[in-house]
Design a protein around this ligand. Structure first.
Ligand SMILES: *Cc1c(COP(=O)(O)O)cnc(C)c1O
Length: 372
């Protein structure tokens, strides 16, 4: 048996290239506080993502917390429980109440048909997630938002570099946030960003990430410290040079899984939409045990015993976390609840060898055969 295989593996530029990139920091001794690398990466990302404005943050979670804070929301926010902890926590940590909308059973994104029934006079925003890089139905969501005067912030942590109808994904809604965590398609070690249209909003974000400081003697917001430092930005500048190649390689891995698993009964693969340019960040598989014969947890344990570490993304639903006990109820979103118990994300990253993909697929095919 070879080495253990994990669900993802951080992309890193050649060592010498990173060293070259950070060399000048030893001349300037400016290590953070929106330095030259920070400014350069913001410009490069605006260009790469085809968006008007990018505000870099120390991580994706703070990007979301501050994107929400700068919007001055109140009351309730309609969101999805089928996501990473960050989305729900960012809403709650802003003193707002998440109201959970169910998801579409094929794309796993927020079901636009179920949004309107959740709107009350306390609703101030919708915060959907482009889960696994599947872009939400932005036309429908933004149509509803307009009708009721709601703000829209997309959690685009999974959708770096994607396009929907040839539009960069960061352009949708009032703001969109990205995560540049080590495990994501593009990384700055830890990092994140908010994309936005409104300059006033951008000015507020800039202050909020630096303690709310307006000038040397004026602090006009209760801000946080969410500044991306120069070493993070330098990592981003280097990684950005390779990201297109990485996505191309991911697509090969993705398509190989599809080829091997698509005809297996009881196995549901993600439905790719024609008008999306994907980044192939994740390979989620739903195991319908009634048909497949073996349940998700059995597949997870079998693969782990062979050294393949998959993830139960997203299980449990955020609405069923211990910290939210007695506050929310997973049964209000039955489709999300059911999928969360059946889904597994398989290893995918640029350097993942197709022979390893074959071994994983052979094991999955094999466990079904053993049962039959
Ligand atoms: C990764 C992730 C985040 C948070 O990003 P960090 O950079 O890890 O703070 C937020 N939302 C989703 C859906 C994510 O996957």
């Amino acid at each position: 048996m070879g080495k253990n295989i994990f669900v993802t593996r951080a992309s890193m530029p050649p060592f010498e290239e990173y060293v070259e990139e950070i060399k000048e920091l030893w001349d300037t001794h400016i290590l953070t506080n929106m330095g030259v690398k920070h400014k350069e990466l913001e410009k490069k990302l605006e260009n790469y993502l085809h968006v008007k404005n990018v505000s870099l943050m120390v991580n994706g979670h703070m990007a979301l917390e501050l994107a929400i804070q700068a919007m001055n929301l109140t009351g309730e926010v309609i969101t999805t429980p089928f996501t990473f902890a960050s989305t729900t926590h960012a809403i709650v940590r802003n003193g707002l109440t998440p109201v959970f909308c169910d998801i579409d059973p094929e794309t796993y994104t927020m079901d636009p048909d179920k949004i309107e029934e959740l709107i009350t006079e306390r609703t101030s925003a919708i915060i959907p997630v482009h889960v696994y890089g599947n872009i939400c139905n932005t036309e429908r969501i933004e149509g509803i938002a307009k009708k009721y005067g709601l703000k829209v912030i997309y959690d685009a942590a999974h959708a770096f570099g994607e396009e929907y109808n040839n539009i960069g994904v960061g352009n949708f809604g009032d703001a969109s946030i990205f995560s540049f965590h080590a495990t994501k398609v593009f990384n700055t070690i830890e990092g994140g960003a908010v994309c936005f249209h409104d300059n006033e909003y951008g000015r507020d974000l800039y202050r909020l990430k630096n303690f709310g400081i307006q000038g040397p003697e004026t602090v006009d917001y209760v801000g946080a410290n969410a500044k991306m430092n120069e070493f993070q930005a330098a990592m981003g500048i280097c990684n950005l040079r390779y990201v297109d190649k990485e996505i191309e390689k991911r697509e090969k891995v993705y398509q190989h899984y599809v080829k091997r698993l698509q005809r297996l009964s009881g196995v549901q693969l993600m439905k790719l939409q024609k008008n999306i340019k994907y980044n192939y960040a994740y390979f989620p598989v739903v195991f319908h045990d009634e048909v497949f014969g073996v349940n998700r947890d059995q597949v997870f344990n079998m693969l782990a015993s062979e050294g393949f570490y998959t993830r139960k993304y997203f299980y449990p639903l955020t609405s069923t976390y211990e910290c939210y006990r007695d506050r929310f109820d997973g049964n209000t979103t039955p489709i999300a609840l059911s999928i969360s118990k059946k889904i597994l994300t398989l290893p995918i990253y640029a350097e993942l060898n197709l022979s390893i993909v074959d071994r994983i697929c052979n094991l999955i095919v094999g466990i079904k055969k053993d049962y039959e």
